[in-house]
Design a protein around this ligand. Structure first.
Ligand code: C2E
Ligand code: MG
Ligand code: MG
Length: 578
């Protein structure tokens, strides 16, 4: 015979010691080692429920201080799943039905105790099944409502939360939604990989928890976007304080795999009920504010304003149209001539892209290049620009025009996508243009980030004879140390400094300094944005090599530049100091 007995922890709600002794014997005979506590009042029942973890409650129906139904209510409030069995004398049917409604599992008459053991066993089994089910449900709920990486609530959960906030609070209880976007996240995953990106997200989630209060609801919406719902906030000033806390935490350097990373965040906020009564509107408006903050760049914050709507809509329309612009052949190139200051000859042209939209007209690059960059479309469009500019230059040469160098602008994103130098070599091969007639304009910021990778690409390009110019020089980091390390040929002085050359005694200091810097590093120097004779004189006097600007020629269609190339510029009506 199996002597191993099962331990059974019984909470007995029973006023008769003798009756419980009978119950206990019955259970012992059924193979249980009974540990029990006997209670008679509501208070002692509550205390007992707080203490031990019980396997079963066995309850008499009629007690001096309460009956089985009131006991059941107390038990259900404390332990939903705990088996509750009434062992009693005769009770009326209505009482039995009511007890069942509250979750009593079975009735056993005191004169029929032989049923007790099988009922307890069945109940223990069912309670275990219910517990398993609950655990599974909980796990499923976690999966469907929480982000598996950060453990934060996910979008599903957020929308349920927002819906309940907007439905239940009533308009007298305001709150704010903050949308938080990590600015440099894409760049980090691109250069350091997805795992490093995950570490940044985990750390960002942790920091957001620290930045925000316990009452605040924080969710991750996927990618690098987080949301915080902060109750009792109704004004921009208060929201500004929250965003300062968020920025303080997220702007701190991140340490990932021994690397120091600066992430920075853009934050947009909208307020309930001021900016919308429905959670969908609030969310959309917070998104508009976020776009506004992103446009400001760096770590910035914007609260929603009604006028942002039109900005968001315009942007959406522009973005959609931009997706089709390349296939619909809506991009065109204009060419702006570049002149040698001592000879006065055209020695180059800069290709500048324009978007000719059938309804919106000619859109300047300042309005769509940032969008192309954000959407990644700059890569195919940039390739189109390169191919078209090289083909155009070759065509002029084939037509017998004096050969010039074609300058093409490159975006940072084109450097990030592998294969840039291959693509350029392929374009040169396809079009038949010699590499010395191609010049690439990059900005200082491209040169400063991911230095080694950029240097390697530039080395490859320069090895085959392509020229490299630093565009908008002077507006970025302008550090001498990188100028020495980077394989470059030319500095292009930014137009803002050229504009300063007004002929006054202290004007043009920066321009002179850049020309001197170029000379000592043996780099050519070109000035862009030359608009007046005075500026042209100043540049010539100070030894600038080349010029480009409205004074000499605006960006123009290919045919027009060809005409200019075909004649002697000095006779083309440009009254310049050569
Ligand atoms: P950028 O490369 O610095 O080009 C010079 C800009 O100054 C051009 O504006 C040109 O039209 C303008 N400009 C030239 N001379 C003068 C002048 O005398 N006075 C004034 N006020 N402006 C002058 P645009 O064509 O609007 O291009 C703006 C920027 O867009 C360019 O600046 C460049 O960064 C970017 N961009 C243009 N085309 C491309 C392209 O194909 N690829 C990339 N990645 N960027 C491009
Ligand atoms: Mg340029
Ligand atoms: Mg420039």
């Amino acid at each position: 015979m199996n002597t191993m007995k099962k331990m059974l922890r019984v909470l007995a709600v029973e006023d008769s010691e003798d009756d419980f002794e009978l119950i206990r014997n019955e259970l012992a005979e059924g193979g249980f080692t009974v540990v029990h506590e006997r209670v008679e009042t509501a208070t002692s029942l509550k205390t007992a429920l707080e203490g031990e973890p019980w396997d079963v409650v066995i309850c008499d129906h009629n007690l001096p201080a309460m009956n089985s139904i009131s006991a059941l209510k107390i038990v259900r409030a404390a332990a939903e799943n705990l088996p509750f069995i009434v062992v009693s004398g005769l009770i009326p049917d209505e009482t039995a039905i009511e007890a069942m409604r509250y979750g009593a599992r079975d009735f056993i008459r005191k004169d029929n105790l032989s049923r007790l053991t099988p009922v307890v066993e069945r109940e223990l089994q069912q309670a275990a099944t219910r517990a398993d089910l609950e655990a599974t449900q909980l796990r499923l709920q976690r999966v469907s409502h929480f982000d598996s990486l950060t453990g934060l609530p996910n979008s599903e959960h957020l929308f349920v939360h927002l819906r309940s906030m907007t439905l239940s609070t009533g308009q007298e209880r305001p709150f704010a939604i903050f949308l938080i976007d990590l600015n440099r996240f894409r760049k980090i995953t691109k250069t350091l990989g997805v795992l490093a990106g995950d570490k940044v997200l985990l750390e960002a989630a942790k920091r957001l928890r620290m930045a925000l209060g316990e009452e605040d609801f924080i969710a991750r919406l996927g990618a690098d976007r987080f949301v915080a719902v902060v109750p009792h906030l109704e004004q921009e000033a208060q929201a500004g304080e929250v965003s300062i806390a968020i920025h303080q935490y997220l702007d701190e350097v991140f340490q990932v795999d021994g690397q120091e990373l600066f992430v920075k965040a853009s934050v947009g906020a909208s307020f309930y009920p001021k900016d919308g009564l429905e959670w969908g509107d609030l969310f959309k408006n917070a998104e508009s504010a976020l776009y506004g903050a992103k446009a400001d760049g760096g770590s910035s914050f914007r609260a929603y304003k009604a006028e942002m709507d039109s900005f968001g809509k315009e942007r959406l329309i522009l973005e959609t149209a931009l997706y089709h612009a390349l296939e619909k052949k809506q991009f065109i190139l204009h060419y702006q001539p570049q002149f040698d200051l001592s000879s006065g000859r055209i020695i180059g042209a800069e290709a500048l892209v324009r978007w000719q939209h059938p309804e919106m007209g000619m859109i300047p690059p300042g309005e769509f290049i940032p969008l192309l960059e954000e959407t990644g479309l700059i890569v195919p469009v940039g390739e189109w620009v390169l191919r078209t500019a090289c083909a155009q230059n070759k065509q002029w040469q084939d037509a017998g025009l004096a050969p010039i160098r074609m300058a093409v602008n490159l975006s940072a994103m084109q450097f990030r996508k592998p294969g840039l130098s291959c693509a350029i070599r392929e374009i040169l091969r396809e079009t038949g243009l010699y590499p010395e007639y191609l010049e690439l304009e990059i900005t200082e910021n491209i040169a400063m980030h991911a230095e080694e990778m950029v240097i390697a690409i530039l080395d490859e390009l320069r090895d085959i004879g392509i020229q490299i110019a630093i565009d908008d020089f002077g507006t970025g980091y302008s550090s001498l140390s990188y100028l020495k390390r980077f394989p470059i040929d030319k500095l292009k002085i930014d137009q803002s400094f050229v504009r300063d050359c007004k002929g006054g005694l202290n004007d043009g200091g920066i321009v002179m300094a850049i020309i001197g810097m170029g000379r000592s590093l043996k780099l050519k120097v070109i000035a862009e944005g030359v608009e007046t004779l005075m500026q042209a004189d100043f540049l010539k006097l100070n030894g600038c090599d080349e010029v480009q600007g409205y004074f000499y020629g605006k960006p123009m269609e290919g045919g027009e530049l060809a005409r200019l190339l075909g004649c002697d510029v000095r006779k083309c009506g440009v009254d310049a100091p050569w």
